[in-house]
Design a protein around this ligand. Structure first.
Ligand code: UDP
Ligand code: MG
Length: 309
């Protein structure tokens, strides 16, 4: 009998947990051939989420939970889930029912019968999302696919059913700065994509502000591409060439026309321009350096305060 672990990252989801649990029960009730483990990762919720999960655990031995000492972010929560999952297959599901549990039987079937290592989902619509956010999301996917070796699918969710081998591969990627969409792509394996229409949250609000998403997208780029560094070297090289041409031009002009002192304004502009490019490039370098610093420190990715495992 196959065991499926359902990892549920939870951060302040007291309004949606009950509906989620009911829906999962309905779906798992239909899958009689499989055994289930419901692994809730409480990512430092400040509301009643943890006590609700504990109540589930009292009456349901399939329910396991790991509670963090503070909010470490969804990436850390998923990682903790992968580390603690004991199933032969593992799936990550949001607690807000935006990843419809009803798709699970179909996903399981594909992985079992069609020989895939994982079945991933992608939203084909972004209905219900602010226009500006969709716009930047699209740009992000374009950019990251162009400048990194990995393939990041537009609209891909973290909702994904995976084989044990794949989960072990993910756990072996021990980096501190985690961008799961990139990690899934990087480790390879055969993935089937299932498309579905966007579903809105059952209750509560999204935990992602525009700014948080922006930082997360930078994370993705810096983690999986060195192209920004190449761009800054290229800028430097270009500046050298331009300055050599300008020097030759000035020497020739000096010899032909003499040198009336002039043009301090243009000089200032050029200085500011070059200064700007330098700072910009140092900034890019800094992004990589800061992440290297965090990786080198090897801090734990999460700290567990309470668990029933
Ligand atoms: N989440 C988490 N830690 C966080 C933010 C979110 O564990 O710091 C969980 C959240 O409880 C939910 C899932 O990650 O189960 C997705 O979050 P959300 O619905 O806010 O993101 P969205 O669906 O809007 O991308
Ligand atoms: Mg959501």
């Amino acid at each position: 009998m196959d065991k499926i672990t359902i990892i549920v990252p939870v951060y302040n989801e007291q309004e949606s947990l009950r509906a989620f649990y009911e829906e999962v029960n309905r779906v798992t009730g239909e899958m009689k051939e499989q055994e289930f483990e419901l692994l809730f990762i409480d990512d430092g919720s400040k509301d009643e989420s943890l006590s609700i999960i504990k109540r589930f655990a009292e009456s349901d031995s399939r329910v396991k939970y790991v509670s963090f000492s503070r909010n470490f972010g969804k990436e850390a929560a998923m990682y903790a889930g992968f580390v603690h999952a004991t199933g032969d297959f593992v799936v990550v599901m949001d607690a807000d029912l935006q990843d419809p549990p009803a798709m699970l039987p179909e996903m399981y079937k594909a992985i079992k019968e069609e020989g895939y290592d994982s079945v991933a989902t992608r939203r084909v619509t972004r209905a219900g999302e602010p226009k500006i956010r969709s716009f930047f999301a699209r740009r992000f996917y374009k950019i990251i696919n162009r400048i990194s070796d990995i393939d990041v699918v537009d609209g891909a969710r973290d909702y994904r059913l995976m084989s044990r081998t794949m989960v072990d591969a993910i756990v072996s990627m021990s980096e501190v700065n985690r961008f799961s969409k990139g990690i899934f792509g990087w480790i390879g394996f055969k993935t089937k994509w299932v498309a579905y229409e966007n579903v809105n949250r059952v209750a509560g609000e999204t935990k992602w502000s525009f700014w948080k998403l922006f930082k997360y997208s930078l994370e993705g780029i810096v983690d999986f591409s060195a192209v920004p560094l190449q761009i800054s070297s290229f800028f430097g090289f270009l500046m050298c060439i331009i300055s050599i041409i300008a020097i030759i031009f000035l020497i020739v002009r000096q010899m032909v026309f003499g040198d009336p002192v002039q043009g301090w304004a243009s000089q200032t502009c050029i200085m500011v321009f070059i200064g700007g490019i330098q700072l910009f490039c140092i900034g890019i370098l800094g992004q990589y350096l800061a992440r290297t610093y965090l990786e080198v420190k090897k801090r734990p990715k999460f700290i567990v305060k309470e668990t029933n495992i």
